[in-house]
Design a protein around this ligand. Structure first.
Ligand code: PEP
Ligand code: MG
Length: 593
C-alpha cells in the first residue's frame, strides 16, 4: 500500500549496478561499528593486548574462510575478491602497524587499529584514480570485521532475510554482498561505496540493481518504506506516488527488454553503416574481468591496468606471479589483442612494500613511468613478466604518463636490457613486442608527431588528459562540473593526436571514460580513432551506436562540431543530430524523471 500522501523523495547516489527494482525497504545493520575510545594498557598487559588483537584477526580470517567455503555457485566468480580481503587481514599497513602501535603507545587494540586505518585513509584520500581510491573500502571492511570481533558487536544476518525486499545499509562489504539470496533481495542501496568498489562489482556480476554512495539514505529510509531504485542513474525514489510507480514499472520492462536485446547483439561487429570497422575493447583491472570483457562482446583488451597486484598484497608481486596473471589473460583472449599497461603507481598510490613518500601534489609527482624509471628493479620485473606472457597471445606493452621523448628512449633502453637478460637465461619471450604509449599529458599531445615516430601505437587517456589540460582534479567533486570531455580544447587535442598518428601510420585508441558515452562516438570516429576501450558493460551500447551511424555523415558533422566554442554549443548539436537516434537505439531511457 502506498502512503496517503506520497512524498516522491528523490535521493541521488552513484549507480553501482544497472537495473530498476521496486519494492519495500529492509534496513540492515551493516558497516557501522561503534567507535571505541582510547585507553591505556599497563606495561605488563601489553603482550596480552597484542594477543587479543591477533585472536580477533584469526577469528576474522576464519569467518571469511567459512563464507568462502559456503559460497553458492552464482558467487563463485567473485571468490578472488574475498581472497583479496583475506590477504588484507595480514597486510602490513593494518596488521603490523596496529601491533607496533599497541606496543609502542601502550594503547588498546581498537584504538590502535582505528589509527592505522586513519593513516591509510589519509594516503588514499590523495589518490585521484577512482578505481584505486576505492580500494580503501576493502581496508575499512576488513578492519570493521576485526573491530567487531574485538568488541563483540552484533550485526544483522543478510542470509537469514526471508522476504522480497530492497536492502538498505550504511555500507555492505563484498563478503556481505555474497550473503544475499537472489530470490529474496531485489537490489540494495548504501550510504557509502562507489562504482568501482568490490561490492558494486559483485552486484553487477549478479545483475541486481544497486545504488551506492547515497550518504544519508539510512537516516531517511525506514524498513517498510516503498522504494524505487534505479542503478543505471544512481537514483532512489522514496515513497513514490501511484503515477511514478506505474511509470517505473514500464521503464523496468523497457530496461529488461533492452538488456536482452543488447545481450543478443553484443557479439556483432562494430561496423558503421558505410562499412568502417572500429575495434571496441575492454578496460580491465584484474585477470578475472576478462570473462566479462568477452561476454560483453569486447574485441580485445585495450587497457589492462596492472596496479591491482601491487596494491592488494603483502610485499611486491614476483615475476612469476605477474607472468601467470598476464598469461592467463592472453590465453583466455585467444589471440585477440591484450594491451598491458606498465605500472601506473607512485607516491599517490599505495603499494604494500613501496615507500610511502608523501607528496604535496601527487598527481604531478613521481607516478607511472617516472616512478618506474626510479625504481628500475620493479619496472624490469614487470617488463620481463609481460615479455614472457606475450608468447601466449597478441600482447602489447603500453607505457603511461609519457611527457616527452626522453622517457620513451629511457624506457626502451630498459626494455632492451630486459630482453638481453632473458635471452642470456634462455627464457622464452616475445622479442618484437609492440610498444605504445598513453597520451594523457598535454606535452605529449604537443609532441605527438615526434613521439609517433618512436612507438607502435597511441592510446589517449582522456581521464588524465582532461585533468591536466583543464586543470581539474579528476577526483574533486567541487570542480566535477568543469570536468568536460567535450571541451573544445580537449576535442582539438584528440583530433591533433589522431592526425599525428595517421601521418606516422600508427593506430590510435581512446581508453579514458570518454570512450563509453554514445554521444561521443559520432565525434571521435571521424577524427580517425581506430579503437575505443571502456569498462566491459559499456561495450554493447557503444557497438550498437557505431552500427547505427555512417562515418561519412559524421565527417561533415565533425566539421560543425569543431567550429563551436563552448561545451553547451557542442552538446546542443550532438543532441540535435543524434539525440533521437541514441534514445531510439537504447529504447530504454535510463533514469527516472
Ligand atoms: C586515463 O587517464 O584516461 C586512463 C585510462 O588511465 P587511468 O584512468 O588509469 O589513469
Ligand atoms: Mg591515466
Amino acid at each position: 500500500m502506498l502512503h496517503e500522501a506520497s512524498k516522491n523523495i528523490i535521493l541521488k547516489g552513484i549507480g553501482g549496478s544497472p537495473g530498476i527494482a521496486i519494492g519495500k525497504a529492509y534496513f540492515v545493520e551493516k558497516g557501522k561499528v561503534d567507535i571505541v575510545d582510547k585507553y591505556r594498557i599497563r606495561p605488563g598487559r601489553v603482550e596480552s593486548e597484542v594477543k587479543r588483537f591477533r585472536n580477533a584477526v584469526t577469528e576474522s580470517k576464519q569467518e571469511l574462510a567459512r563464507i568462502m567455503e559456503g559460497l553458492p555457485e552464482e558467487y563463485r566468480e567473485n571468490t578472488y575478491i574475498l581472497d583479496a580481503q583475506l590477504m588484507l587481514l595480514a597486510d602490513k599497513k593494518i596488521y603490523e602497524s596496529t601491533i607496533a602501535r599497541i606496543e609502542k603507545e601502550q594503547i588498546n587494540s581498537e584504538w590502535a587499529l582505528q589509527k592505522s586505518v586513519d593513516d591509510v585513509r589519509e594516503v588514499f584520500s590523495k589518490i585521484s584514480a577512482p578505481y584505486i581510491k576505492e580500494r580503501i573500502n576493502d581496508i575499512v571492511h576488513v578492519s570493521e570485521r576485526i573491530l567487531r570481533n574485538l568488541t563483540g558487536q552484533e550485526e544483522d544476518d543478510i542470509s537469514a532475510i526471508n522476504k522480497r525486499v530492497i536492502l538498505v545499509a550504511h555500507d555492505l562489504s563484498p563478503a556481505d554482498a555474497t550473503q544475499i539470496q537472489l530470490e529474496k533481495v531485489m537490489g540494495f542501496i548504501t550510504d557509502l561505496g562507489g562504482r568501482t568498489s568490490h561490492t558494486a562489482i559483485i552486484a553487477r556480476s549478479l545483475e541486481i540493481p544497486a545504488v551506492l554512495g547515497l550518504e544519508d539514505a539510512t537516516r531517511r529510509i525506514h524498513t517498510g518504506d516503498i522504494l524505487i531504485i534505479d542503478g543505471t542513474k544512481g537514483m532512489v525514489i522514496v515513497d513514490p506516488d501511484e503515477e511514478t510507480v506505474t511509470r517505473c514499472h514500464s521503464e523496468k520492462e523497457r530496461f529488461e527488454a533492452y538488456e536482452a536485446m543488447v545481450a543478443r547483439s553484443s557479439h556483432l561487429p562494430a561496423e558503421t553503416l558505410d562499412g568502417h570497422h572500429i575495434r571496441v575493447m575492454a578496460n580491465i583491472e584484474m585477470a578475472q574481468e576478462v570473462v566479462s570483457a568477452i561476454d560483453h562482446g569486447g574485441d580485445g583488451i585495450g587497457l589492462y591496468r596492472t596496479e591491482y597486484l601491487y596494491l592488494n598484497k603483502k610485499g611486491l608481486p614476483t615475476e612469476e606471479e605477474l607472468f601467470e596473471s598476464y598469461r592467463e589473460v592472453a590465453e583466455i583472449m585467444k589471440g585477440r589483442p591484450v594491451t598491458i599497461r606498465t605500472l601506473d603507481i607512485g607516491a599517490d598510490k599505495i603499494g604494500s612494500d613501496l615507500k610511502w613518500s608523501r607528496e604535496v601534489n601527487p598527481a604531478l609527482g613521481l607516478r607511472a613511468i617516472r616512478f618506474c624509471m626510479k625504481e628500475t628493479g620493479i619496472f624490469k620485473t614487470q617488463l620481463a613478466a609481460i615479455l614472457r606472457a606475450a608468447v601466449y597471445g597478441d600482447v602489447r606493452l603500453m607505457i603511461p604518463m609519457i611527457s616527452g621523448m626522453a622517457e620513451i628512449i629511457a624506457a626502451r633502453r630498459i626494455l632492451t636490457d630486459v630482453c638481453e637478460s632473458l635471452d642470456k637465461e634462455g627464457v622464452v619471450f616475445k622479442k618484437d613486442i609492440k610498444v605504445g604509449i598513453m597520451v594523457e599529458v598535454p606535452s605529449a599531445v604537443v609532441l605527438a608527431d615526434v613521439l609517433a615516430e618512436e612507438v607502435d601505437f597511441f592510446s589517449i587517456g582522456t581521464n588524465d588528459l582532461i585533468q591536466y589540460s583543464i586543470a581539474i582534479d579528476r577526483g574533486n567533486e567541487h570542480v566535477a562540473d568543469m570536468y568536460q570531455p567535450l571541451h573544445p580544447a580537449i576535442l582539438r587535442m584528440i583530433k591533433s593526436v589522431a592526425e599525428a598518428a595517421r601521418a606516422a601510420g600508427i593506430k590510435v585508441s581512446i581508453c579514458g571514460e570518454m570512450a563509453c558515452s554514445p554521444f561521443h562516438v559520432p565525434i571521435l570516429l571521424p577524427m580517425g580513432i581506430d579503437e575505443l576501450s571502456m569498462n566491459p558493460i559499456s561495450i554493447p551500447e557503444i557497438k550498437r551506436m557505431i552500427r547505427a551511424i555512417s562515418l561519412e555523415d559524421c565527417r561533415s558533422f565533425l566539421e560543425e562540431v569543431m567550429k563551436k566554442r563552448t561545451v553547451r554549443e557542442i552538446l546542443n548539436i550532438v543532441e540535435e543530430e543524434f539525440g533521437e537516434k541514441i534514445q531510439n537505439m537504447a529504447s530504454y531511457e535510463p533514469g527516472l524523471k
